[in-house]
Design a protein around this ligand. Structure first.
Ligand SMILES: *[C@@H]1O[C@H](CO)[C@@H](O)[C@H](O)[C@H]1NC(C)=O
Ligand SMILES: *[C@@H]1O[C@H](CO)[C@@H](O)[C@H](O)[C@H]1NC(C)=O
Ligand SMILES: *[C@@H]1O[C@H](CO)[C@@H](O)[C@H](O)[C@H]1NC(C)=O
Ligand SMILES: *[C@@H]1O[C@H](CO)[C@@H](O)[C@H](O)[C@H]1NC(C)=O
Ligand SMILES: *[C@@H]1O[C@H](CO)[C@@H](O)[C@H](O)[C@H]1NC(C)=O
Ligand SMILES: *[C@@H]1O[C@H](CO)[C@@H](O)[C@H](O)[C@H]1NC(C)=O
Ligand SMILES: *[C@@H]1O[C@H](CO)[C@@H](O)[C@H](O)[C@H]1NC(C)=O
Ligand SMILES: *[C@@H]1O[C@H](CO)[C@@H](O)[C@H](O)[C@H]1NC(C)=O
Length: 891
């Protein structure tokens, strides 16, 4: 397979120069090599998968059941306490052993491991995010070779390190059922448990492994930077050549070819003859200058297209005509700058004008970024790289108008595929480094390992146009300032260590290696430049005048916009809900578990008092009787309504505040889930959309009329316009409805407008003092030329539990044959809904048919609505119609 790829690439460029080459590398994946794994005392010995992990292997072998079912997270914890030895037998040929260099390469080992080849120790590993390269030339033999990777229990390893290098906090809260000292290991921090996830302290060869054979040198990484100047793009390409430490000279020819619009290409190349550094590496640059009009600009989702251009880089070793190393990247042409300048330049002499703005300027335009936070796609890291799962989540983000995701610091540097999809979908990435909610040790061994980790990951990722910014850690500035972990008695020591790690160790590496000059923020949230002025631990890291803000408030009324803080950039905010019954039933089949007070439910809720907060929010707005026979089912549904409405309020509030505060980002917590449990996610484990994700499609719509109910009872109206063209001469139609009729009792139209890329507060305000607010609600519609769609919006002046006139609707649902509206392999089934009165939160579900609705959770104010069921499966429309069930709110 590898050989074929090589031939194709070679054909493209070298067809006349050299004969096709085939590299001699040996893939050590379990598709090619037989692997087994056994525990310390040999009581378990089973086939193993590479790349993979111990929990997957034990599950496949039938030793443990579905790890996400019931209480299996704690029932399988013994796995994490044992020692696991992976053994692979592979075959080496005489030809392979003729090469000068034989490197055993592990692209990812999770985590503390000792490696033996043919009974000789060849090295050790202790950082899951690092690629390990071991020189095994002298250990290999022609014929069968035995490779052993012995994984120490990560729980034990963390404890051993903690005994020597203790740093706070010791353990996660008891309610997580987790493990201690995650901060001692360079391992996915969430694998020791989080407030939304179980502990699965995995071990395994979680990324590909191979033996590389060559004579001269290979291209290990390529980094790029496209600078726009005087009508031209100057593309700087840096190839990181790697050789054996025994060969001090790299001698050969480096070339690059860039494909442009209209089947054009440019090629450059040069002779290389350089000495390597001690680690066997050398860097060589190439530059290509092209005219601006041979490429198109790359834009975030919603702001334009995402053209990508193929860049091939080749290195051929002198005297070894058959030996060519190549890299293929797809690059985008765009500029991105994080602007932090005096806010008065935007907002004048106002409260909002104090401090510094914080926004991304892309291709010269300030763009409001909408999106969410990404946690690992699976609690087992190897499954988190599953392309089907990743693609499903990223396209769902794209479909909800998201233009940025924050890859959160307790997870992973994601797969190449992940960032390639983000490049294609236009989803910008805020990339945290993988430090979260803890203090971290700074002993030499730890810092050296972090340095390698940062170097390698910057070089692997930096060419992606989707990456927008790096952040040193998640919430550790806030944690230290806020004394979350009892650090106060040793504040100065912890502060010094904080600076040593994020500022003195990591920052220079990022700044040196990221050719694209992206900003490195020390923490998220932080006050950005202001935090730095204040010595990196700001007095108030949540100061709304600076940087980004994380905001959670479970006690106040989350549907009320007036509770939310002003911020320059909301990078985290959220509220919990429970997953649907369908999803929960993939974790338990016992009907007795489906109660809020069951041991199962308590086990799944890691947020202290989490269910109380949800119940309190529900009680503010909806009527839910404790004694209702369907209490649990309704509770789950209402929890999703409450979450969707809360995130709608907060997200729209941030969008509105582009006007008064120059808020320029809204990323809610969190996009996805790792198990079937209550969490802040908008998408359930397995891919089912909660009401929140459907609402995100509406509240992140490029054009939206967004009303704000003030404490005075008046309503301000904002017109949100995330487009490059202004909205002029538009009308906002405000319909006043009684709860019991689909015919508005009053309609009024107001002139409206919004400049390009803006939120514009309209020059009218609605007063509702003269009406009976228990009986009515307001609907907002935009009529504007050139605006193809803009969702309805609503104001409910009174809590829904106390409105008068809401009546039980009659609802008819009809499914027709699929339209010819196709997108990829998706089929669109028209779903027509007919009602006779106002329906609140009409929620459609299909049992057992994979797919989702185009929209859902409707506030129905028209007698007919049409939506679509989107699926890859072809089914009869009658059958689909029969499987559709619905729910709605009524008291
Ligand atoms: C071997 O180890 C397993 C897992 O730790 C343990 O359950 C089992 O009792 C041990 N067996 C023997 C024979 O010691
Ligand atoms: C490459 O450089 C080395 C060391 O300077 C030199 O000995 C060798 O002749 C050079 N090779 C070529 C092809 O110029
Ligand atoms: C390529 O461009 C970079 C950045 O402008 C410059 O520093 C470098 O000297 C150039 N290299 C070559 C080989 O022209
Ligand atoms: C590497 O060098 C050996 C010995 O000189 C030669 O037989 C072999 O063909 C070379 N391999 C490649 C890929 O050029
Ligand atoms: C800003 O406004 C305040 C209050 O209106 C006023 O006292 C102050 O002089 C103004 N500052 C500038 C620089 O205009
Ligand atoms: C990825 O996940 C999908 C959906 O769960 C599954 O069907 C597929 O087999 C997985 N792919 C791999 C390579 O494990
Ligand atoms: C629920 O039932 C209990 C016991 O029958 C009763 O005491 C309580 O008043 C009921 N609560 C409501 C809200 O009806
Ligand atoms: C807003 O409306 C009032 C009254 O209709 C008018 O006097 C004023 O000029 C308007 N302001 C703007 C900015 O359009």
């Amino acid at each position: 397979m590898k050989c074929n790829v090589m031939l194709f690439i070679v054909f493209l460029f070298y067809v006349k120069l050299i004969p096709a080459a085939c590299n001699l590398n040996l893939n050590l994946g379990s598709d090619h090599v037989v692997w087994t794994v056994k525990n310390k005392n040999g009581s378990i010995s089973i086939p193993a998968t590479v790349p993979g992990g111990i929990y997957s292997d034990l599950h496949k072998a039938g030793v443990i059941g579905d790890i996400l079912a019931g209480f299996n997270d704690v029932l399988t914890r013994w796995v994490a306490y044992d020692t696991w030895t992976y053994t692979g037998l592979f075959h080496v040929t005489e030809e392979q052993l003729t090469t000068n260099v034989a490197h055993l390469v592990f692209h990812g080992l999770d985590t503390v491991a000792f490696i033996e080849l043919n009974d000789a120790p060849v090295g050790a590993a202790n950082n899951m995010f690092v690629r390990y390269v071991f020189d095994v030339k002298k250990h290999l033999k022609v014929g069968v070779n035995e490779l052993k990777v012995v994984f120490q229990s990560p729980v034990e390893a963390a404890k051993q390190r903690s005994d020597k290098h203790f740093t706070l906090p010791a353990c996660v809260p008891d309610i997580y059922n987790g493990e201690c000292h995650a901060n001692q290991l360079r391992k996915m921090q969430a694998s020791f448990a989080w407030d939304w996830g179980p502990a699965f302290p995995s071990v395994g060869i979680w990324k590909p492994a191979e033996v590389e054979f060559y004579n001269g040198s290979i291209i290990r990484s390529v980094s790029t930077y496209a600078e726009r100047k005087n009508g031209k793009w100057k593309l700087n390409i840096k190839a990181y050549l790697e050789s054996s430490q025994e060969y001090k000279q790299i001698d050969g020819y480096l070339s690059a070819k860039l494909l442009l619009e209209g089947n054009q290409d440019v090629k450059v190349g040069k002779d290389v003859n350089v000495s390597t550094r001690e680690d066997g590496m050398a860097e060589v640059e190439l530059n290509i200058t092209i005219s601006e009009n041979v490429v198109r600009l790359w834009w975030p989702n919603g702001y334009g297209d995402q053209p990508l251009y193929d860049l091939f880089v080749f290195f051929s070793t002198r005297g070894n005509k058959n030996e060519i190393s190549q890299k293929h990247l797809r690059i985008g042409f765009r500029t991105i700058v994080l602007i932090q300048i005096d806010a008065s330049t935007k907002l004048g002499n106002t409260t909002g004008g104090q401090g510094l703005v914080f926004y991304f300027e892309i291709n010269g335009y300030p763009l409001f970024l909408k999106g969410s936070n990404w946690i690992p796609a699976d609690i087992l890291p190897e499954l988190g790289y599953n392309e089907t799962t990743v693609n499903g989540l990223l396209t769902a983000a794209r479909d909800a108008h998201m233009s940025m995701l924050r890859v959160w610091g307790g997870g992973l540097y994601e797969s190449d595929y992940f960032y390639e999809r983000c490049d294609q979908l236009g989803i910008l990435i805020w990339q945290d480094f993988l430090f979260a909610c803890a203090m971290y040790p700074v002993d030499t061994e730890f810092l050296e390992s972090v340095k390698t980790e940062v170097e390698q990951n910057i070089l692997r990722l930096q060419h992606h146009p989707s990456i927008a910014v790096w952040a040193g850690n998640n919430e550790n500035e806030g944690a230290l300032r806020g004394n979350w972990y009892d650090t106060q008695p040793q504040f100065e020591k912890y502060k010094e260590e904080y600076i040593k790690l994020y500022v003195e160790t990591m920052r220079p590496i990022v700044e040196n290696l990221d050719l694209d000059n992206r900003e490195y923020l020390v923490s998220s949230p932080s006050n950005g430049l202001e935090s730095e002025l204040e010595g990196y631990i700001a007095q108030n890291p949540s100061d709304p005048h600076y940087g980004d803000v994380h905001y959670y408030n479970y006690l106040a009324d989350n549907w009320d916009m007036n509770i939310y803080p002003k911020t320059r950039f909301g990078s985290e905010y959220g509220f919990q809900s429970w997953p649907s019954l369908a999803t929960t039933k993939t974790a338990t089949q016992d009907p007795n578990d489906l109660r809020l007070d069951s041991e199962y439910s308590k086990h799944r809720q890691h947020n202290p008092n989490g269910n109380d907060y949800i119940v309190q929010q529900i009680d503010r707005h909806l009527k839910l009787d404790q004694n209702d026979t369907n209490y649990y089912e309704k509770f789950v549904f209402y929890s999703q309504i409450t979450q969707a409405m809360a995130m709608k309020a907060e997200s729209e509030y941030y969008r509105q505040n582009q006007y008064e505060w120059y808020t320029m980002g809204a990323l809610y917590w969190q996009l996805n889930d790792v198990w079937q449990a209550p969490s802040w996610s908008g998408i359930e484990y397995g891919g089912k959309w909660k009401m929140l994700h459907y609402y995100a499609k509406w509240f992140f719509a490029p054009v939206l009329v967004s009303p704000r109910l003030l404490l005075t009872g008046d309503v301000d109206v904002y017109l949100l316009n995330d487009r490059f063209v202004p909205i002029i001469d538009a009308q906002v139609i405000v319909d006043v409805f009684n709860w019991n009729s689909l015919i508005p009792v009053k309609s009024q139209s107001y002139p409206a407008n919004a400049p390009a890329l803006s939120s514009n507060k309209q020059n009218f305000s609605l007063s509702m003092w003269d009406i009976n607010r228990d009986e009515i609600f307001l609907r907002f519609t935009l009529k504007a030329e050139g605006v193809s769609s803009s969702p309805y919006n609503f104001i409910f002046p009174k809590p829904l539990k106390s409105v008068k006139g809401l009546t039980t609707p009659s609802i008819k649902i009809k499914v027709s044959n699929p339209t010819d509206r196709l997108s990829g392999k998706q089929i669109y089934y028209p779903v027509d809904v007919q009602v006779n009165t106002v329906v609140l939160f009409l929620w459609l579900e299909t049992a057992g048919i994979e797919g989702q609705f185009e929209d859902n959770g409707f506030i129905v104010t028209n007698p007919y609505i049409r939506t679509y069921f989107i699926t890859k499966k072809r089914i009869s429309s009658e059958k689909l119609e029969r499987t559709i069930t619905h729910q709605y709110y009524i008291h």
